[in-house]
Structures are given as structure tokens and as C-alpha cells.
Design a protein around this ligand. Structure first.
Ligand code: G
Ligand code: MN
Length: 371
């Protein structure tokens, strides 16, 4: 079990954080200030530290400075009530893993700490001999969350036709790791991304018979899923529904590393799947993946959608994607639409297929959209 040290002088906050971190499967020790914390890190073996900044005796920044001076390179997540530029700069200089401001979103805290733990385990592994390097990292247990996995569905609509044309499946769990981010972080850390991908696809396959006949279901793939032979197996649970499924591949998915990508995509298409480029415009080289993927669908990320009604530049970019979609016969989906103004601006730019809280949140079942 991964060991985390929580440094926080306020007993109420300490208790709240302890609860969420323990529930997330981490073994926790606490310290009430930087002096006590420093002592504990020197003597113990922690995978990550979560520390408040404003504390008596030794502040979080001074604590971090003392740690680095002692060549203790455990990842430290700093949390503060007063986000001052100065402390943020010090935190970055001293190599804080992350800098969170209060009030801290509890799910984000757990997710960040799990990532810090993964990094801590990774850097420790690198320091160890090659023999020891083959040992798996001390990981949070994925199984309780995998057993209680379910998929939420968020409607995707044709605005022109005022109807639902699909749903995106989004992984959720009633286990300790509730969010997709936490599930993926732990799966990654414990080398079990394939198990997670298979479980998600099995859940979607089980739910699909309950979907209206004329809708598609969009399923997110992780890069490692593309290397899982089970994805290409005609007998796999989702393969039976492939004609109704669009596989979303995010630009982040490091496509370059995948061997025989063209062959793999051809197999998927023979099974009946369509392919979408997800998160276009989220800050990665999205267009670069078009020649390799020849996607049937492209999803414009919410970063481009947010405030599109206010930004001539965003409008210009969306218009280009719409044109490209027409030329390459790709369906263009706009994600993360929250306001009527965004919706109307996108419709005026020639977009028709929309997804976002304005039309419906991810929820259980194939629920109707607000149209
Ligand atoms: O990376 P991907 O596009 O698959 O991410 C989808 C995520 O976006 C889901 O976690 C979903 O809950 C979230 N999401 C969907 N619609 C909206 C929206 O309108 N606003 C915001 N902020 N998030 C959204
Ligand atoms: Mn997606």
C-alpha cells in the first residue's frame, strides 16, 4: 500500500483530507506542522507528501526547502488558502509536484495525490538496481473500483434535427476511485490499463441493447487499448455492437508508439467500428493524427468551444475544422457546450452535432436530452 504523509495544522481540514485519501486506498500518516513532517520524512518511507503552506513553526515552503536540501526527493503536493504569487514561484522552484488552492476539490486532491504517488514510485524504481526495477510498484488496489464500475452516458445531439444521435460512454465507479482520472492513474501505475479498458468496453456492451436503435455509442480508448488484442477479437463483447460504436482516440494517445497502426485500424473497421479524433484543439497536435487515423468523426474540444461566441479567433478555427470536415467527409462534433450563446455561435458556423451540459450531463442510462 502506498504511504502518504499529510501535513496540516487545522484538525478539521486534516480529518476531511484524511478521509478522502484513506478511502482512495492510501495508507496515511499525519503531521501537524513542518518540523514534525520533516522528522517523519527523514525516518519513514513515503511515496508522496501533501502539505499545507501556512503552518506554525515551519511553513510548507520552508519544509519543502529543507526536504530538497536533505536530498529527499519525495513528490510534494502543496495546498494553500492564500494563493500568493511568491509562494507559487517558490513552490515551482523547489519542484513541488502540484500546487492546489483551497477550497480543494476533493476528487482533484485524490487524483493529484495518486499521480504524485505514481511518480514517487517511478523515481524510486529508477534509483534502484535493475534487478529490483522489475518489481511492480506498490500500488493502490484497482480491483474494488473495477468491480463497481459503471458507465454514464451523455447525449450527443443533432441541433438541426432536434434529436439525440448518440451517447458518449464515460467510466465511473462506485468504488474508492470514482472518477475516470483516478481510475486511469491507478491503472497506469499498476500496469492494468488493459483490464480497465476491457472492463469499460464490457460494461458498454452490456448496456448497449438498452439504447434506442438509431443512436451510436461513443467509447473512449486509451493508447494501450489499441495494443490490446482483445479489442480486435470478433468474440469480444463490444464487437457484436461495433456497427453502432464510434471509438474515440485522443490526440494524447501517443499514436506514434503503436506498431502496425494502419493494420489495427483496418481490422477495427472490418469489425464495423468507426473512429473519432477526440479533444481536437486541446493543445496537442490534433490535425497531425488525421492522415494516420482517417477518422469518420472529429470532436472539437471544449477549450475551443468555451466562449466561442466571444472570440473571433476561436470562430475562425472552428470554421476551418467544419470546412475540413466537409472535404474529408467527417462528422464534426462540438463538445462541452454550456451556454445558448456558444450553441448559437457554433450553429452559425455550420456545426450541427453538439454535446455538453446544455443538452445533458453524463448520467445513468440512455436519458433524453434537453432540446
Ligand atoms: O476527453 P473527453 O472529451 O472524453 O472528456 C469528456 C469529459 O468532459 C467528461 O468527463 C464529461 O463529464 C465532461 N463534459 C461533458 N460535457 C461538458 C460540459 O458541457 N462542460 C464541462 N465543463 N465538461 C463537460
Ligand atoms: Mn471523449
Amino acid at each position: 500500500m502506498s504511504q502518504v504523509l499529510l501535513v496540516e495544522d487545522d484538525p478539521i481540514v486534516r480529518q476531511a483530507y484524511s478521509k478522502v485519501l484513506t478511502k482512495g486506498g492510501l495508507a496515511l500518516e499525519t503531521a501537524e506542522d513542518g518540523v514534525e513532517a520533516l522528522d517523519k520524512v527523514r525516518r519513514g518511507r513515503f511515496d508522496a507528501v501533501v502539505s499545507d503552506i501556512n503552518m506554525p513553526r515551519l511553513s510548507g515552503i520552508e519544509f519543502l526547502r529543507a526536504l530538497r536540501a536533505a536530498a529527499l526527493d519525495v513528490p510534494v503536493v502543496l495546498v494553500t488558502g492564500g494563493p500568493a504569487l511568491e509562494t507559487a514561484v517558490s513552490a515551482v522552484e523547489l519542484g513541488a509536484f502540484r500546487y492546489l488552492t483551497k477550497p480543494v476539490d476533493i476528487e482533484a486532491l485524490l487524483e493529484t495525490v495518486l499521480r504524485a504517488v505514481a511518480q514517487g514510485a517511478e523515481s524510486r524504481r529508477r534509483r534502484l538496481s535493475t534487478e529490483a526495477a522489475n518489481e511492480p510498484a506498490a500500488a493502490v488496489d484497482l480491483d474494488p473500483s473495477l468491480e463497481r464500475l459503471w458507465t454514464a452516458f451523455q447525449p450527443i445531439v443533432s441541433w438541426g434535427r432536434r434529436r439525440v444521435i448518440g451517447y458518449e460512454a464515460l467510466a465511473r465507479s462506485e468504488g474508492p476511485l470514482a472518477s475516470p482520472g483516478a481510475l486511469i492513474a491507478v491503472a497506469e501505475q499498476s500496469g492494468r490499463l488493459r483490464d480497465l479498458g476491457r472492463a469499460v468496453r464490457a460494461r458498454v456492451a452490456a448496456a448497449l441493447p438498452g439504447a434506442p436503435d438509431d443512436v451510436s455509442v461513443f467509447v473512449n480508448l486509451h493508447a494501450s487499448d489499441l495494443e490490446d488484442e482483445a479489442l480486435y477479437d470478433a468474440a469480444a463483447p463490444l464487437s457484436a455492437h461495433a456497427r453502432r460504436v464510434v471509438l474515440e482516440i485522443t490526440e494524447r494517445a501517443a499514436l506514434e508508439g503503436i506498431e502496425r497502426l494502419g493494420e489495427r485500424l483496418a481490422t477495427l473497421r472490418r469489425l464495423g467500428y468507426r473512429v473519432a479524433v477526440d479533444d481536437l484543439g486541446a493543445g496537442y497536435a490534433g490535425l497531425a493524427s488525421f492522415p494516420a487515423l482517417e477518422p469518420e468523426v472529429v470532436k472539437i474540444d471544449m477549450a475551443l468551444v468555451r466562449g466561442v461566441d466571444q472570440s473571433a479567433l476561436q470562430q475562425r478555427v472552428v470554421r476551418s475544422v467544419v470546412e475540413l470536415g466537409r472535404e474529408l467527409h467527417m462528422m464534426v462534433v462540438c463538445e462541452g457546450i454550456e451556454t445558448v450563446a456558444e450553441r448559437d455561435a457554433l450553429a452559425a458556423l455550420g456545426c450541427d452535432v453538439f454535446q455538453g451540459y446544455l443538452f445533458g450531463h453524463p448520467a445513468r442510462g440512455f436519458h433524453p436530452a434537453t432540446l
